[in-house]
Design a protein around this ligand. Structure first.
Ligand SMILES: [Zn+2]
Ligand SMILES: [Zn+2]
Length: 849
């Protein structure tokens, strides 16, 4: 037994042979019986109704491999060799069947007989007791471990960490863990180092929980009528031991993911402490986000949605520090699905949705990151970034404090760590207090309010209304229901409205920006931060028109685009997803090959033709059968009620759609496709802009065209001038070195008869002639050295940096330089060292490739 797959299979077949019924992994999103639990964190969790005696288990002995997700240690992920958010847990369970002796015998036989671990390296921990509960050490467990062969000096007695309880009351009991000694080289070297020490020497990999007592509200423990066993072995940790791996990230089932991160980022795992951490975070969070998205979790601000948002953001940030260029999450997801999809077919089944959800949030985050950078620039004044600002960057803009520290350090500033830590602790307090599923909480709140919010945002974007219900869920954070609301709640691919409410009753400048609008079928609730608001307040609710109008233009444009795609490509080109935002629109559709330039042009032309024809846009509500008769396009996978809303662009299309639209197609202004590409097998994505954004884009394109034109003229004039200046002779190029590595030509040359600009032109020629090439050229002019490193664009992705190379060379000729990753120049004072400098540059390129 060596691979993770063998351990998973071996475990299940072993326990099956010992009379256990195998149960499949439950969903990561737990069933509804316990709303306080956001995600499944242990193998026993789906079995809780059996442990609590609420339901009868299907057999007295069960075994499973359960998908688990834990966020309690999320900040440890990456920093240690063993922490993961997503992991698989192997578990065997007994309900009134075997107890301590049986559980320990089974575990020992598996560990020594099947995993074939050296018994001399195994340790056990047991509960040392607590006089407060009148409990002594767990003698039965100690006796059982001694009986199977663990000497008493390797049986460690630990405190309350080795006592499990379901809650303040209910079933509870001592636990016993199995540890593996990874060797003194991983240890802290302290004389009392033993299982339970915080260093990496002793790895806990199996926990046996003996559910023995019932805890009463007065703290008394009484024996349970039926004692149960709950065990859990982390599959990844078990694999670490089997494979002698240095960390969970080095086991077989992480390999493809870790390799991809290294290759795509150009940064080797283990290159530096920061790189090691970032690699691990991207790999761990990559698995976590794929599994969450596969279960239909969508990124958001509360509950499990927030967990998904958080892992996505951490992954994007750590990835960008490694050199992964955004967007990269859909590629990362592909690798994760490739690696894990064999065991978890739901990943393959939902690969398209996963890619869409992740890249969508990645894009949204890059905008947040931009806004965060602006805030940072605003607050980065003086000597220190305040704790409040660091917290705001963290909390609102998703900046981890390390990033703030790094940016502050670059400006010679520090961060008020104490103030930041204090704000973080306050937030932890709040989240401990509000552990209940927040989405659920808003849903409950909305229902209990006893009225429905009427959405009037199709007709109005501003109105006077009343806060019908309100609840403060954290300091300064409110959920509320308006009697009437102009705010469109995100849905049907259209982003939620931005906007605010303001109230004279709540104070002179009481204005609160809407953070999120929750949609509950035909009802909604708001989330906002503010001060002084209370239920019953009259408020002015206003949608931000400058965001809403382009959103409407973009939405109507997606309907026109949908129609045009079917016209040009065929009926199969159906909508698979869309994202309608103020700044652009995105449209995903089924089609199995790239669009030709002609197709793309034709689609753009058709949409603009419909725009300029100024078709009126109507909406009406009708029974679904009637809508279908009218040929209205319905979206696959979308649920519709009996009555549906149809959006009709007259003479063009009818779609079932709840979105907001312009009144006639000419309001779209203009439609320009900005990109077209693949996002998975058989799925393409078009991005486009309309109205103001389209006009801006066209203007930029025109300006670029003009710039190119004048550049071309300048080059032509220069070329005419040059022969006379250089006395008719062109530059003389002496190739000093020419080789090929991994499909890249490396060309190094010394050039005579050129100035710095001429040298750059030569490097361009050599680069184009040998593409893809990394070119280094040097020349002597008036006793000074000029150097140019000029690399093919594709090499940047492979981590080749012209600045680093040119600097390495310039150091030898007594100079310095700079530039971009693709092209850098340097000067120097020592012409005699030029040949040596050129060779040094070649070596630098070879070693970087
Ligand atoms: Zn230690
Ligand atoms: Zn629509």
């Amino acid at each position: 037994m060596r691979t993770s797959a063998e351990l998973r299979e071996g475990y299940l077949s072993y326990f099956q042979s010992k009379g256990h019924l195998l149960t499949p992994s439950s969903s990561l999103v737990p069933a509804a019986y316990d709303p306080s639990v956001l995600l499944t964190t242990a193998g026993m969790q789906p079995l809780m109704p059996y442990f609590l005696g609420l339901e009868q288990p299907p057999a007295p002995r069960l075994a499973s491999v359960q998908k688990c997700f834990r966020t309690t240690d999320i900040d440890e992920v990456g920093a240690t060799a063993r922490h993961l958010t997503f992991f698989e847990m192997l578990g065997n369970f007994s309900f009134g069947d075997y107890f301590k002796d049986g559980a320990i015998d089974l575990a020992w036989e598996f560990v020594t007989g099947h995993m074939k671990l050296d018994p001399a390296k195994l340790w056990a921990t047991v509960y040392r007791g607590n006089p407060a509960h009148s409990l002594g050490p767990d003698e039965a467990a100690i006796a059982a471990w001694e009986r199977v062969g663990i000497p008493s000096e390797r049986i460690v007695r630990l405190g309350e960490d080795n006592f499990w309880s379901a809650g303040p009351t209910g079933p509870c009991g001592p636990c016993s863990e199995i540890y593996y000694d990874m060797g003194p080289e991983l240890g802290c070297g302290k004389p009392d180092c033993a299982p339970g020490c915080s260093c990496d020497r002793y790895l806990e990999f199996w926990n046996l929980v003996f559910t023995e007592f019932e805890q009463h509200s007065d703290g008394r423990l009484t024996p349970l009528p039926r004692q149960n066993i709950d065990t859990g072995m982390g599959l990844e940790r078990g694999s670490v031991i089997l494979q002698g791996a240095g960390s969970v990230y080095e086991i077989d089932s992480f390999q493809e993911i870790m390799d991809w991160v290294a290759e795509a980022s150009g940064t080797r795992y283990g290159e530096s402490e920061a790189a090691t951490k970032a690699h691990r975070v991207v790999a761990d969070h990559g698995r976590g986000m794929v599994f969450l998205a596969a279960e239909g979790v969508k990124p958001g601000n509360l509950g499990r949605s927030y967990i998904l948002r958080r892992v996505i953001r951490r992954a994007v940030q750590h990835g960008s520090r490694l050199g992964l260029e955004a967007p990269f999450l859909s590629r990362l997801a592909e690798v994760v699905i490739e690696q894990m999809g064999g065991v978890y077919p739901e990943l393959k089944e939902h690969s398209q949705e996963i890619a869409i959800v992740l890249s969508d949030e990645e894009e949204r985050f890059s905008q947040t990151l931009d806004r965060g950078m602006r805030l940072f620039t605003d607050v980065a004044k003086g000597k220190q970034v305040s704790g409040d600002d660091a917290f705001k960057l963290h909390d609102t803009y998703g900046f981890p404090v390390e990033l703030t520290r790094e940016l502050a350090g670059e400006r010679g500033m520090s961060v008020d760590e104490k103030g930041f830590a204090k704000r973080m602790e306050e937030q932890r307090e709040r989240s401990r207090a509000g552990v209940k599923g927040e989405n659920l909480r808003v849903a409950e709140f909305s229902k209990e309010a006893g009225f429905k919010t009427e959405f009037v945002g199709y007709e109005k974007t501003e109105l006077l209304t009343q806060i019908g219900a309100l609840e403060e869920i954290a300091e300064g954070l409110f959920i509320a229901k308006l009697r009437e609301s102009p705010f469109y709640p995100e849905g049907g691919g259209q982003i939620g409205d931005q906007g605010f409410i303001e109230s004279e009753e709540a104070g002179a400048d009481a204005r609160a920006e809407i953070e999120q609008t929750f949609r509950f079928e035909d009802d909604q609730a708001l989330l906002f931060r503010g001060e002084g608001f209370k239920a019953g307040d009259r408020v002015r609710a206003a949608v931000l028109w400058s965001a809403r109008f382009p959103t409407m233009a973009n939405h109507t444009a997606t309907h026109l685009l949908h129609k045009a795609l079917q016209q040009v490509l065929g009926e199969h080109a159906r909508q698979a997803g869309s994202a309608v935002r103020p700044e652009k629109l995105r449209f995903d559709f089924s089609h199995d090959k790239a669009l030709t330039a002609a197709e793309r042009e034709e689609i753009e032309r058709l949409v603009n033709e419909d725009v300029f024809a100024n078709h009126p846009v109507h909406t009406f509500v009708t029974p679904i059968a009637e809508a279908k008769e009218l040929g209205a396009m319905a979206l696959f996978g979308e649920k519709y009620g009996d009555m549906v809303r149809v959006v009709e662009v007259q003479d063009v299309s009818r779609e079932l759609c709840g979105g907001t639209h312009v009144r006639s197609s000419a309001e779209i202004g203009a439609f320009v496709i900005t990109s077209e590409g693949s996002i998975g097998s058989g799925l393409r994505r078009i991005e486009a802009v309309t109205s103001g954004a389209a006009v801006n884009l066209l203007r930029e394109r025109a300006a670029e065209g003009e710039k190119l034109q004048s550049e071309l003229e300048r080059v032509r004039k220069e070329a005419k001038k040059r022969p006379s200046e250089a006395g008719g002779a062109g530059p003389e190029i002496a190739i000093a070195r020419e080789e090929e590595l991994g499909g890249v030509k490396i060309v190094v040359a010394e050039v005579k008869g050129v100035d710095a600009e001429g040298l750059l032109a030569v490097s361009d020629q050599l680069k184009n002639k040998n593409a893809p090439a990394a070119v280094v050229v040097g020349a002597v002019e008036d006793g000074r050295v000029n150097l140019v490193c000029n690399f093919d664009k594709s090499l940047e992705e492979r981590g080749l940096d012209a600045v680093a190379v040119v600097r390495a060379a310039a150091a030898l000729v007594g100079g310095g330089g700079g530039g971009r990753a693709g092209m850098a120049r340097a000067g120097g004072k020592d012409p005699a060292k030029l040949p040596e400098a050129l060779q040094a540059a070649a070596e630098a390129i070879l070693s970087a490739l």
